[in-house]
Design a protein around this ligand. Sequence first.
Ligand SMILES: Nc1ncnc2c1ncn2[C@@H]1O[C@H](COP(=O)(O)OP(=O)(O)O)[C@@H](O)[C@H]1O
Ligand SMILES: [Mg+2]
Length: 275
Amino acid sequence: MSEPEISMEKLRKRLDNKEQENKELREQMKQVEKDRAEYLQNVSHQLVAPLNAIKWHIENLTEGRLGIDRIQKVLRSVYSQATLAVHLAKNFNLMSNLEADHALTKLKEPLQEIKLCQLLINLADDFQPLSWDRDIKIVVRKDCFEDAPSILAMKPLISQVFSNIIENAVKYSNPATEIVAEGKYLPSTDSVAVSVRNRGIPLDPAHVKQLFDRGFRSPEAKSKYPAGTGFGLYIARRIVEIHEGTITAGTRDGWTVFDVTLSVKGLKGKARLRE
Ligand SMILES: Nc1ncnc2c1ncn2[C@@H]1O[C@H](COP(=O)(O)OP(=O)(O)O)[C@@H](O)[C@H]1O
Ligand SMILES: [Mg+2]
């Protein structure tokens, strides 16, 4: 009788290996399911907060006992909480797009001419009411910036990049400080450089690279503002990368600074997203 090609012992070993692999995969699946459940809880928790605030303000308004000054203040709060809810919902939508299609190739936003100075002024108006309570002022420095040419890019996405940076600046700033946004044209690279700076929780140099990782939140950020997903800067980085720009963070003269550079021609001629 001829020798069997594979001995029983080898087969048993292979089986053991497969069982081990199977066990590891099941554990990974469990972890993914746990992460997903936590993420959904976080999402709903974050969205419920501004929606509840709006509901509570409207209840106050309908009771009809508020003076005109108070009414105006409450309406400003309603506006800012609605801004926050829209901002969060847009991030969650982008995040699920990124999970489903890492390269975001299915996002077929048309390219538009964007005046970054105006875009930042609009965002500052949107977020300003959120920071009144803590006496934080958002300033867009127009000198130089207004003369910068438009960039060709996907407007809703670029808007979300700066929305995420400004929302962080509002959240993590110390009371009675300024948030300053400015920009200028860089002829050598035919691009527009925008910086947003604020004074608040310090950036630990050891964490600077990690800030743009999916889900990263520094211990200081967690203790100052427990609700958060750590997805804002990850989304911002992914959008900037799609536009072949750069985004970095750092500390200058006591300011926390986020620098974003976007090419004026943007994706013109490359159009890899539209084909
Ligand atoms: N303006 C800022 N000042 C200090 N730290 C910041 C600032 N913006 C972002 N960070 C840090 O980067 C982390 C990641 O930011 P982000 O991805 O937007 O997540 P989240 O806002 O949910 O914490 C924050 O948790 C915080 O540690
Ligand atoms: Mg954020």
